[in-house]
Design a protein around this ligand. Structure first.
Ligand code: JB8
Length: 264
């Protein structure tokens, strides 16, 4: 897979040399190239921004500079591997594991990192009109100073899904179960007693079925406490009687085939 990142802060992406993504690059699974947007400026001051039409605070990134950069990096939509343009922005669709899985299946992704108040809207309009796939993604409901950290997040999320990247494929299989709708259960390791805190007895019991049940109860209880949106989205047909008992203790009931919170 090839990934190009265009940014005015290429050093921000240095973290991608480390860890899993670094290994994927060394193993030849990921061809990652980071570009300085200012390489496509033409003026002496290497200007990438200007004042917003219509007024308002801050500066906007110029379409002409971005246009030249993307012409070079994205290629043509009818190339063998046309780039899928990914633009981090707080006004994007929220980036999820489903998007990471889809991007891991792409041959070529180009991430355009904005700064200031963002990139002139005509840049993504033109890429779409030229036939490129374009995804504008937010990594969550908070505001960063630019797209670089969001790019790191997304590249790590899809980079670790590339075949051959994760050392232990079992960890990905278990994870996709969790992604089927519940948060993970709490985990423990040695020592069994630490600072007066004991690992739950059931985990030391060797009783596999009880351990499985305990972990599922924990996952259900913490999902109910932290992510009611995920409980409401559960398929009731996939829940057993013990699940429904735990959920009832957490204030959920089945109504017309859907889970809903019990009114207090
Ligand atoms: C300028 O919060 B963010 C984000 C913020 C940004 C830009 C891109 C992404 C560009 N500010 O995800």
């Amino acid at each position: 897979m090839r990934v190009d990142v265009v940014t005015i802060f290429p050093d921000y992406l240095a973290a991608l040399d480390l860890s899993l993504v670094g290994k994927a690059r060394k193993a030849g699974l990921l061809d990652l190239r980071v570009h300085d947007l200012r390489d496509w400026t033409t003026d002496r001051h290497r200007t990438v921004d200007d004042t917003p039409f219509g007024g308002g605070a801050g500066m906007v990134m110029r379409p002409d500079v971005w246009g030249r950069a993307l012409d070079d990096v994205l290629g043509s939509a009818d190339d063998d591997a046309p780039g899928h343009l990914v633009v981090p922005t707080p006004s994007g669709e929220v980036f999820t594991q489903r998007h990471a899985e889809a991007l891991a299946g792409e041959e070529h992704v180009v991430v355009a990192c904005g700064r200031y108040e963002g990139i002139d809207a005509r840049v993504v309009d033109r890429a779409r009109a030229a036939g490129h796939r374009v995804s504008e993604f937010s990594i969550g409901d908070y505001v960063l100073n630019g797209g670089e950290v969001a790019a790191l997040v997304m590249i790590e999320a899809f980079g670790r899904l590339l075949p051959g990247v994760v050392g232990n494929p079992h960890s990905l299989v278990e994870e996709s179960h969790g992604a089927a709708g519940l948060l993970e259960y709490p985990v423990y390791t040695k020592p069994p007693a630490w600072e007066g805190l004991d690992v739950p007895d059931v985990l030391l019991s060797g009783h596999h079925a009880r351990i499985e049940r305990w972990r599922r109860d924990q996952a259900l209880a913490r999902t109910a406490a932290r992510r009611p949106d995920m409980i409401a989205a559960l398929d009731v047909a996939g829940l057993d009687k013990a699940d429904l008992t735990v959920l009832a203790e957490q204030g959920w009931t089945v109504d017309s085939g859907r889970l809903r919170p019990v009114a207090e």
